[in-house]
Design a protein around this ligand. Sequence first.
Ligand code: HAX
Length: 436
Amino acid sequence: MTRLKSLLLEKIQEHRPRITKLTKELGNIVIDSVTIDQCVGGARDVRCLVTDISYLDPQEGIRFRGKNIPETFAALPKLPGAEYPTVESFWFFMLTGEIPTAAEAEEVKQDFNSRAKVPSYVFDVLKAMPKDSHPMVMLSTAVLTLQRESKFNKQYHSMKKVDYWDPMYEDACDLLAKLPEIAAFIYRYKYKNGEIIASNPDLDMGANFAHMMGIAKPYDDVARMYFILHSDHESGNVSAHTTHLVASALSDAYYAFSAGLNGLAGPLHGLANQEVLDWIMGFQKKLNGAEPTEENVKAALWETLNSGHVIPGYGHAVLRKTDPRYQAQMEFCLKHLPEDPIFKLVNTIYKVAPGVLTEQGKTKNPWPNVDAQSGVIQWYYGLTQYDFYTVLFGVGRAIGVLANITWDRGLGYALERPKSVTTAMLEEWAAAGGRK
Ligand code: HAX
């Protein structure tokens, strides 16, 4: 057993009595009551999901295992010459809450390399799809196609509940290790005449992804940063929640993550990174060679709002400040591409959009989220096919959601099944001043 897997088992065993006590002894204690607004309005702020892997504070933003983004980047081991930690070390950290040594991170890398080969039938399925299929459809299909490899599914009838975490962990590692090659295949197949670059098993996940994409340094660090930043945003967002929900039926990691990706592909969620670049390109076209200014950006933002559309990359269901994932990427841009015209335009939008949204008065959060800044970096390194951007988000999101569903099985979390009511019931309870 690898050090990561044995440490994970120790942590799960240590944690189990806490969940048993909460459900068996303290289960009747009331934490919150639900309002009609929460019931109809997408369950905002309803505290009914549990995860110890990340926590999203509305003011401060995300913490992974208790560490904010700069602390996470500073604490994890890096390869010589790299600016960002390896994805492998981050996976160890997300699963266990412990900072791995360089040797422990290296063991994860070796383990991933032994799992990374994607069976050829997955590529056959992708090649059989219409060439203009959206890259997210291809990614989700590839993940679902891989389901026949599921160890959880194969062992389901021969194991006890207490052991479910083990094949879920195996499936999670197998799937995560394979995702970079699948994503790079989709990119090269769709946009680079199908000229596929073979994986290099000597490289860590970020560097190998950059290699398979055919993009030179420092794209290896971009990949590491991007995958880590997009990994997890606690449990209530659509992709994380969907993955957890589907896995709660004891569907395996392939079924669950494929479903989560379909949620990520929505324009109010992960597809917003594509929408941001689409907005920027449309704006530049309208400028017809003129310089972007605060005035013409403001006018374009109002035009978007007045046509009934959202400003992509702005607003958030939980955050009430500028997303620290936006800031982390902005710092990268300031260091590596400060003079890039699209980066400058993104900064001009940042100066103007919060004021426009505040003046419009609808959104609870006028500040940018992760998606407002991510595309500019990809564009700068030559990845201008922006309908691919959500695939990058998907590879990163796998880290968080797969760690979560491994722990779901470790702690024996229940089938998720909230209760619905009818509109007439809500009206009746509202007339009575609440439910008696
Ligand atoms: N532009 C215009 N209107 C916006 C807005 C924006 N960026 N953000 C919110 N609003 C509007 C909402 O559409 C809503 O309008 P209605 O009352 O007419 O329905 C109103 O403001 C209140 O919304 P809210 O409570 O502030 O926000 P929600 O929790 O309902 O929605 C969203 C959060 C992220 C979906 C929303 O802010 C939005 O649509 N943003 C633009 C799309 C986007 O960037 N999505 C990515 C979010 C981060 C993420 O998940 N990344 O993957």
